[in-house]
Structure formats: C-alpha cells, structure tokens
Ligand binder design. Structure first.
Ligand code: NAD
Length: 361
C-alpha cells in the first residue's frame, strides 16, 4: 500500500485496465474520458460524471479509479457486467441548455463508436434527461426516464441499498436490528444523501447532515427536521455511523483522526482518498462498508433494464436487498481472516471475477 499519487497511465497498467479513451468534440467543446477497466464478466457499465477538476490529470485519474471500482461492484453484486466509468469536464458552459444538449448528443455518438463495450447511466451532476439525449445517439445507455423506456433516477434504490448495508452492520456491530436513536452523520444531501436521510429519519435514527449547497441544507432542516452543521464540521459530529454521500476522498489523513464513528457506510464512490486509509480504519477498529459493496443498488437497478423481460422495479429492489447479506459475508471474511473489510471485499470481487460464474440479470 502506498500513498504516492500515480500518473493515470501508470495506474492503468498497475490496475489492469483494458482501455482509456480521452475525447474532445471540437464543435461543442465537450471534453471527457471513458475508462474501461474490465469487460470480463460482460459489457462495462458505469455512470457519467460531470465535474470541474483542478487539472485534466486529476479527472483522468478519477475516471480510471472509478472504473475499477465498477468492475468490483458488478462482480460482488453477481451481475454479468464489467466495469467502466466516464467523466465529462465541466467548464460552466454546460449550463446553456442548447449547448448541453449538443454536448450530450456528441457524447452519445462517442459511446456508440464503442459498439456496446461501454454502457452508461447518469451519475453526479448528470441527469436522467441528459441520458435521454445520449439515447438519441446510442442504445448503450440505461437509467433514462420511465417515459423513454428506462428505469429513471437510480438514486432512491441506491439509498435503499445503503440502508440495507447500514442495517446489516448495525446488527453485527451495534447489536441492534433497529436504527431508532442511532446517531448517524451524513455528508452530502444530493440525490442519494437526501433519500437516505429520509429513510433514516423514518427508521427513527438521529440524523445530522451537511451539504455545501446552503439551500439543500435548509430544505433538509425544514422538511426532515434533522440537525445540520457546516461542511467541514461533519467529521467532528459524535456519531455511530458516518455516511459519506458527497464525492470521493472523504476519508483522508486530515479527516480520519477526527472520526468518532464505529461504522462508515455511505453512497459515495471512492470514499477513501487512498487504499491505505482502509487499513488505517481497520487498525482503529472502524468498520468501513466499502463503497462499491454498499452503493450497488443503483447499478443493480439500472442493470435490470438489460434483463430479458425489461425493467422491473420490484425485482430491482428485491435484488438490492441482497446487499444486507453481502455486507454480512464481507464482515465475516474480514473477521475470520483478520483483514480489513476493504481487503475482504476485494477478495470477494476477485473470486467472482475468477470463477466467472454464470450470472443473470
Ligand atoms: P449529487 O450530485 O446529487 O449529490 C452530491 C451532493 O454532495 C450535492 O448535494 C453536493 O452539493 C454535495 N457536496 C459536494 N461536496 C460536498 C462536501 N465537501 N461536503 C458536503 N456536501 C458536499 O450526487 P448523488 O447522485 O447523490 O451521488 C452521491 C455520491 O454517491 C457520489 O459519489 C456518487 O458517485 C455516488 N453514487 C450515486 C449513485 C446514484 O444512484 N445516484 C449510485 C452509486 C454511487
């Protein structure tokens, strides 16, 4: 385990990625990258994230890392899919509706050129309607609106999956099958974070949350009656469970020593800034739910669109409930072998990849 930041191209080789495509559409100014980590279990499915990055390299490294996690997420969820991801570089111009449409159409054409090896869906800062535009240029997109034959926003199902994961860990580690009165801190009240906050409030948990968007925080405070804090203060909130639901890197050298929780269980991808933070959490006795294990609900949901009979929400929710057992299996491996949950999850993913067991959606 190392703390050095590798160059994205070195990372590709070290982590056995199959392909990285960087693109620029001169007509619209669209810039982005698609990373295919593995297509061993099936086409690489992964969301498209729209974000501002300090440097292009930072964005490329992000997509490369995220695509690998998608391989493991699909494998642990026993889906016949590989792992991929895409980032589009935000430059502020995407707020212009006509330009946004033109960019997502151009992006759809790029996906089409990949011939089905990459299937995308919405992700942070992209929407179901953006994916509807992509669909005008390619079939290889899921998570479009229900009217367009898609499954719609996966975020509510992702939140349900996170809730199952939290319940499994609370059962094992807090010795309670009820979340009533359990203090839980949520970082990020976006599509998943807000849905999770609602579910947790309904379970009777004592929720404290934050978001960088003040209007979102106000909405959560007034509609859910939860406590709110400034963004940086969330790491100091006394809690049993910390749920990172914003973007990556929430757990890092600066934040880790401040955490008082017993469990880290949220929806964000790449919650650990570096793999070594997973080991540090293990040494401190904090159980990490592992991002790609606990947030698989969204993937399970959109993957249902590829099922022979088409999308079935009840089936998607039923499969998402499986996160409860997967979480317990991961914890059992971690305990039995005395390894971090991060390593246990990786072991589960690798054995699913090796066995390549027949899987169906
Ligand atoms: P979103 O963009 O709707 O929400 C993210 C929220 O985090 C926003 O409200 C944003 O203002 C807030 N935020 C950003 N930086 C913050 C900070 N430093 N402190 C506090 N708040 C901050 O995205 P989402 O769809 O809710 O996804 C959240 C995370 O879960 C992402 O990492 C995403 O990749 C992951 N995820 C989402 C899904 C899904 O179904 N939407 C599925 C799997 C994983």
């Amino acid at each position: 385990m190392t703390s050095r930041v590798p160059h994205s191209l070195d990372y590709l080789t070290e982590h056995k990625h199959e392909r990285l495509l960087a693109f620029h559409d001169p007509d619209t100014g669209l810039r982005g990258a698609i990373a295919l980590h593995s297509t061993k279990r099936g086409p690489a499915l992964g969301g498209t994230r729209l974000r501002t990055y300090a440097t292009t390299e930072e964005g490329i490294l992000d997509v490369v890392r995220l695509s690998e996690a998608m391989t493991y997420k699909a494998a642990v969820a026993r889906l016949p899919l590989g792992g991929g991801k895409a980032v589009l570089f935000a430059d502020g111009k995407e707020h212009d509706p006509a330009l946004r449409t033109a960019r997502f159409l151009a992006y759809g054409r790029i996906i089409e050129e990949l011939g089905g090896s990459f299937i995308t869906a919405e992700d942070a800062n992209t929407s179901v309607s953006d994916m509807g535009v992509v669909k005008r240029a390619t079939r290889h997109v899921v998570g479009t609106s229900v009217e367009e034959g898609g499954s719609g926003d996966p975020s509510p199902v992702t939140a349900v999956g996170v809730l199952y994961g939290i319940k499994a860990l609370a059962d094992e580690l807090l010795d309670t099958s009820s979340l009533s009165g359990i203090p839980i801190a949520i970082q990020g009240l976006g599509k998943v974070g807000m849905a999770l906050a609602e579910l947790l409030v309904a379970e009777g948990a004592t929720v404290t949350a934050t978001d960088v968007a003040s209007e979102t925080v106000e909405r959560a405070k007034s509609t859910l009656g939860i406590a709110v804090v400034e963004p940086d203060a969330i790491f100091d909130v006394p809690c049993a469970i910390f749920a990172p639901c914003a973007y990556g890197g929430a757990i890092n050298d600066g934040t880790l020593p401040r955490l008082t929780c017993k469990i880290i269980a949220g929806s964000a991808n790449n919650q650990l800034q570096d793999e070594r933070h997973g080991e540090l959490l293990h040494e401190r006795g904090i159980i990490y739910a592992v991002d790609y294990v606990i947030n698989a609900g969204g993937l399970i949901n959109v993957a249902q669109e590829l099922a022979p009979g088409g999308y079935d929400e009840a089936r998607a929710r039923e499969l998402t409930a499986g996160i409860y057992d997967t979480m317990k299996q991961m914890l059992a491996i971690s305990r039995r072998e005395g390894i971090s949950t991060q390593r246990a999850a990786h072991q589960m993913a690798l054995s699913a990849l090796e066995i390549g067991e027949p899987a169906t959606i």
